[in-house]
Design a protein around this ligand. Structure first.
Ligand SMILES: Cc1cc2nc3c(=O)[nH]c(=O)nc-3n(C[C@H](O)[C@H](O)[C@H](O)COP(=O)(O)OP(=O)(O)OC[C@H]3O[C@@H](n4cnc5c(N)ncnc54)[C@H](O)[C@@H]3O)c2cc1C
Length: 465
């Protein structure tokens, strides 16, 4: 029986553990912070649970347009005209849900007799892991293969140190019990944009500080324009081309000083400055594992590092830092080592979503690649405001965009901006994955009326005679 040791119990680690067990290996997972990892405890699950509340608040904001008026006691005998999020309750729900999800994952592993060691793991050469358990004891485990899935953590700067109360990393926001009176979000990548959008929907005045000329510099530019337009229309202050120099706190006030000397003051600040990998001090380089200049583990498309039999998966390897990609890379590592049928990971097929309001979902080829000539494709963009379902729901912002090869019509990518874009992207993802043509995508029935009708219509417009 092959012995597999996995360091890190996030999606990269626990999904690999399940596959390794299924393929007959004896599996040990060493995990420091709780099964499910940052994905479940501090990042993906908590943020999307918070956003479930903020999405409902966004829907409520358009209630009047759909003919809903609020009646009843708004306090002191007045009629209720506003909805209010109780952040203490919201965050209690967030934390309870995350903890439950972590317990569920642990239960799944335990039921399969996967050994879980709670503590810190490090390599002692490529075939041995030393686990320092939380009770201070050490265990040495010999392995036929090791998977490094230690994830990443929020980047901070010496001039912008979180205090856990008002200057916060994204891991610390769930301890807030009162709505901030003015939230400043530094960083307009995916995480910054999601939190800025969420707090705005919760009714908090938000200033978003972006070092680039627009929000979401890594995403489809048309989509970013729609989002920025919606956020500013709803009252957010977006400061473009504004680089943060420092963040300081005086009493209840947080001041963000920009490199050009301007100052922005608020009650709280979230630092969304990117991630650093958890790869230092765990014996990687000593074992022959190579890191890039950012400290991320270098791997190939079946998750092999430079030191056989050490594999790595997930955020500690950089690239697409997504739970879905971490899980896939972890599974592939185990399939490869344990001799199962395996296809190397294809990052050109990853679908991802920015959970702002509206959402932005993308898959495959990008507009940037098409514009630069790296990908030859026809592009059709169809705005949602003409869609009958969108009209019924009061949705005006958003679009579907599909990229298809000019000759064959094969769909190579797409973008959806709108409510629940994360769900709407799936047919385009299927088309990209299965090499379907735009005609095939258009030929499948869609429900009338539905947002996905716009996907079929965009595909129809790509038909070439
Ligand atoms: C705010 C936010 C929201 C996100 N939302 C989404 C989303 O909606 N969808 C999505 O797909 N992705 C999302 N992501 C990304 C996603 O969370 C990560 O891609 C995912 O967590 C990566 O999984 P992982 O297994 O590599 O690492 P992690 O989830 O970070 O897990 C790593 C685990 O390793 C443990 N560990 C670290 N070092 C050691 C050690 N030496 N010994 C033992 N254990 C160790 C840690 O305690 C942790 O449990 C989000 C990220 C952020 C920051």
């Amino acid at each position: 029986m092959a012995r597999v040791v996995i360091i890190g119990g996030g999606p990269g680690g626990y999904e690999a553990a399940l596959v390794a067990h299924q393929l007959g290996a004896e599996v040990t997972v060493v995990d420091r912070d709780g099964l499910g990892g940052s994905a479940v405890l501090t990042d993906c699950v908590p943020s999307k649970t918070l956003i479930a509340t903020s999405d409902l608040m966004t829907d409520m904001a358009s209630a009047a347009e759909l003919g809903i008026t609020m009646v009843g006691d708004g306090g002191q005998g007045t009629a209720a005209t506003t909805v209010h999020a109780d952040l203490a309750q919201v965050n209690a729900r967030v934390q309870a849900l995350a903890a439950e999800q972590s317990r569920d994952i642990e239960g799944r592993l335990v039921r399969r007799d996967i050994t879980i060691l709670k503590g810190v793991g490090r390599l002692d050469g490529p075939r041995r892991v030393i686990a320092t358990l939380h009770d201070g004891t050490e265990q040495s485990i010999d392995a036929d293969a090791v998977l490094i899935a230690t994830g990443a953590r929020p980047r901070t700067l010496p001039s912008a140190q979180p205090d856990g109360e008002r200057i916060l990393t994204w891991e610390q926001v769930y301890d807030l019990t009162d709505l901030p009176t003015h939230m400043i979000v530094v960083g307009s990548g995916v995480t910054g944009a999601e939190f800025a959008s969420a707090y705005q929907s919760l009714g908090v005045p938000v200033t978003l500080i972006s070092s680039r000329d627009r929000v979401l510099p890594g995403e489809d530019a048309d989509a970013a324009v729609v989002l920025e337009d919606v956020l500013t229309r709803r009252g957010m202050t977006v400061l473009g081309k504004s680089r943060m120099q420092s963040v300081t706190r005086t009493g209840d006030t947080v001041t963000v000083t920009l490199t050009d000397g301007r100052e922005v003051t608020g009650s709280h600040c979230i630092l969304a400055l990117g991630s650093v990998p958890n790869t230092e001090g765990i014996g990687l380089q000593e074992a022959g594992v190579k890191l890039d200049e950012g400290g991320f583990v270098k791997i190939d498309r079946v998750s092999r590092t430079h030191a056989f039999p050490v594999y790595a998966a997930g955020d500690c390897t950089g690239g697409f830092m997504l739970a879905s990609v971490a899980a896939m890379a972890g599974r592939i590592a185990m399939q490869h080592f344990l001799g199962d049928a395996v296809s190397p990971i294809d990052l050109g097929q990853v679908s991802s979503n920015v959970f702002t309001s509206p959402e932005i979902a993308t898959v495959g080829a990008t507009q940037k690649a098409v514009d630069s000539g790296d990908v030859i494709a026809d592009v059709v963009r169809l705005d949602l405001k003409g869609n009958p379902r969108a009209k019924m729901q009061g949705v005006r912002d958003g679009f579907v965009k599909i990229f298809a090869r000019p000759g064959s019509g094969i769909v190579v990518g797409g973008v959806v901006v709108g409510p629940r874009a994360s769900e709407l992207i799936h047919p385009i993802t299927l088309a990209v994955t299965a090499n379907l043509t735009a005609d095939q995508l258009a030929a499948a029935f869609t429900v009338y009326p539905s947002m996905s009708g716009s996907t079929a219509e965009a595909a129809r417009r790509l038909h070439r005679v």
